[in-house]
Design a protein around this ligand. Structure first.
Ligand code: IMP
Ligand code: MG
Length: 183
């Protein structure tokens, strides 16, 4: 199959490894919530690919909700003040929520979201994140379902972007900024 594979992105985690890990996480979630249903809350835009794959691998009834967020601050630094740009379509009162994130970097975004969502009175809130960069953590976060721990590198693909590009790569790769100059 032809694959979009730009030269400035160095492959880090292959599509096959991602798929295998997503299946494992989905199996764990299916066991933990056996006999119940859950709401997967995909944090846009970065988690849309992970959420789509995770949802299809979970062996339980799921509802999907999407939350659009924007972090105040510049491109590289998260300020922890999160603006909700697109809200849920339905209340989540009494629901078992799993927040689906692409990556937990400083931890500021997820800490803010967890607090915000508690105010909407769900029965429970857990966090699933595809990636975690522990080197940059500023706020202790509990990640209930974690795909991969990575070094302090900037990754793109499988939903994650740099300036809105690369979200459609099937794999995760490290972006070499020196090779994107002038594009
Ligand atoms: P934080 O945990 O509040 O620092 O914010 C995490 C958010 O920053 C993620 O949801 C991504 O949108 C973005 N982000 C952090 N690291 C990366 C990366 O390596 N590649 C792409 N986006 C990233
Ligand atoms: Mg994000």
């Amino acid at each position: 199959m032809p694959e979009f594979s730009p030269p400035e992105v160095k492959p880090l985690i292959s599509a096959e490894r991602i798929a295998a890990r997503v299946d494992e996480l989905a199996a764990e979630i299916s066991r933990d919530y056996a006999g119940r249903s859950l709401v997967l809350l995909s944090v846009l835009k970065g988690s849309f690919v992970f959420a789509a794959d995770l949802a299809r691998a979970i062996d339980l009834p799921v509802r999907l909700e999407f939350l659009g967020v924007r972090s105040y601050g510049d491109d590289t630094k998260s300020s922890g003040v999160v603006q909700i740009t697109q809200d849920l379509t339905r209340p989540v009162t009494g629901d078992d929520l799993v927040i689906v994130e692409d990556i937990i970097d400083t931890g500021l975004t997820i800490s803010y979201l967890r607090e915000q969502l508690k105010g909407r009175n769900p029965a429970s809130v857990k966090v699933a994140s595809l990636l975690h960069k522990p080197a940059r953590i500023q706020r202790a976060v509990e990640i209930d379902y974690l795909g991969f721990t990575i070094d302090d590198v900037f990754v793109v693909g499988y939903g994650l972007d740099y300036a809105e590009r690369y979200r459609n790569l099937r794999y995760l790769g490290v972006l070499d900024p020196s090779r994107t100059a002038g594009k």
